[in-house]
Design a protein around this ligand. Structure first.
Ligand code: FES
Length: 396
């Protein structure tokens, strides 16, 4: 008869397990072991809050700067991250605490010497105007992260990637490209980078030099939508014909897209035309649209220009505030000093989640990252929801 090796021994140990566990439970301390070395290491690597100090500021274009950070004095090192992830900055603008997510533009391989964030100034932008006024070498900045899923995952994505960038959406791809140049990533990457004019191309000299240095790994194509006379490169938009012509065999490639919401709608149509399966496409979070009233499906006739009352309940307390139809509920909460925790500001992470007790809101389908159960139970993500009536919200 065939003997099952070790069977009796294993069974004997299994029967002894219950009494062994009972002994260990009886001997365990009453409170949890907070000194667990794995927890301690994880907290050290990923603290709840990062404190970073601006070491240097580099002007990239007329309206774009790279802020180079090291750890603030008295803090540990900066945490590891994956190329494509973002930090959520915690900034107090005129006394109002707000958050803003920005992709890291430096490479993970460079994290020991610091982080870089490349930020485009928006005319009249609440946060970017503050950053331009206030941030200098020596400024200490708070953030959480790194966060986000917009990175190359070898188990899921092809080693050959086509990256489509619009404007300041170049930042996660600069991180990926520098990681390739450092020798820590073996991707083959084609970058199609759309800008309005040549002066607005961020990192142009660096990207051109790296593409020349690593011709087997990197291909960089600039595309201008509003070219000045004398431009001899590509013109137009990142359309299906351009992708087909420049990216080679599309069958085997993964696609990464980062840019403004209008670009996403256009690029989605192009990728559909090319019959690219959605499992091969990653879109970075797009943040809030510049003007929600221009978004498809927004009921402008009913809501635009109106001010609504928002009642916010938190435990036994209740607050009342005004919210313009054109601003996200999160922005209104932040102005009133009632903001829940927030990170992505794109409807995806769920950190700002609140219960809508009554009232109507508008949520763009692309910004609706709620779980199906949350939708049924009436939760919303205030960063991607806009008021269409007076509201009552319950926040944690
Ligand atoms: S901040 Fe991420 S869902 Fe609102």
């Amino acid at each position: 008869m065939m003997e099952i090796k070790g069977f009796n021994e294993d069974m004997a140990k299994m029967f002894a397990l219950a009494s062994l566990r009972e002994e260990q439970i009886a001997a365990a301390p009453e409170s949890p072991d907070l000194a667990d070395p794995v927890n301690a290491l994880s907290r050290r690597l990923y603290p709840d809050r990062l404190r970073m100090m601006v070491k240097r500021v580099v002007d990239e274009t007329a309206d774009t700067r790279t802020f180079c950070f090291g750890p603030a004095p008295g803090t540990g090192g900066l945490p590891p991250f994956r190329a494509g992830q973002y930090l959520s900055l915690k900034v107090a603008v005129e006394g109002t605490p707000v958050t803003r997510p920005y992709s890291l533009s430096s490479a993970p391989a460079e994290a020991r010497s610091g982080f870089e964030l490349t930020i485009r100034r928006q005319a009249g932008g609440f946060v970017t105007e503050h950053i331009w006024r206030q941030w200098r070498a020596g400024t200490v900045v708070e953030a959480t992260g790194p966060h986000g899923n917009f990175y190359h995952e070898p188990l899921r994505d092809s080693r050959s990637v086509v990256t489509l960038a619009g404007g300041s959406g170049i930042t996660p791809f600069r991180s990926m490209i520098r990681e390739i140049a450092s020798g820590h990533s073996d991707l083959n990457l084609t970058l199609l980078y759309g800008s309005r004019s040549s002066e607005q191309i961020i990192f142009r000299d660096e990207l051109t030099a790296l593409a020349a240095e690593y011709p087997d790994k990197l291909k960089v194509i600039y595309v201008l939508s509003d070219p000045e006379s004398g431009w001899r490169g590509r013109t137009g938009l990142l359309d299906a014909a351009l992708i087909r012509e420049t990216a080679g065999d599309l069958e085997s490639k993964s696609f990464f897209v980062c840019g403004p919401p209008a670009m996403y709608r256009f690029v989605k149509r192009q990728l559909q035309e090319l019959a690219i399966e959605w499992r091969r496409v990653r879109f970075e979070l797009a943040g809030s649209p510049e003007d929600i009233t221009l978004e498809p499906g927004y009921p402008a006739a009913a809501a635009a220009g109106k001010i609504f009352q928002v009642t916010v309940r938190s435990g036994s307390r209740s607050h009342s505030l005004s919210a313009a139809a054109e601003e996200s509920i999160l922005s209104a909460l932040e102005r009133a000093g009632l903001a829940p925790d927030s990170r992505c500001r794109s409807g995806e992470c769920g950190f700002c989640r609140a219960l809508l007790v009554s009232g109507d809101t508008f949520v763009r389908p692309e910004g609706d990252g709620r779980r199906a159960a949350d939708r049924v139970l009436g939760f919303l993500h205030p960063c991607s929801a806009y008021p269409l009536s007076d509201l009552v919200l319950q926040v944690p």
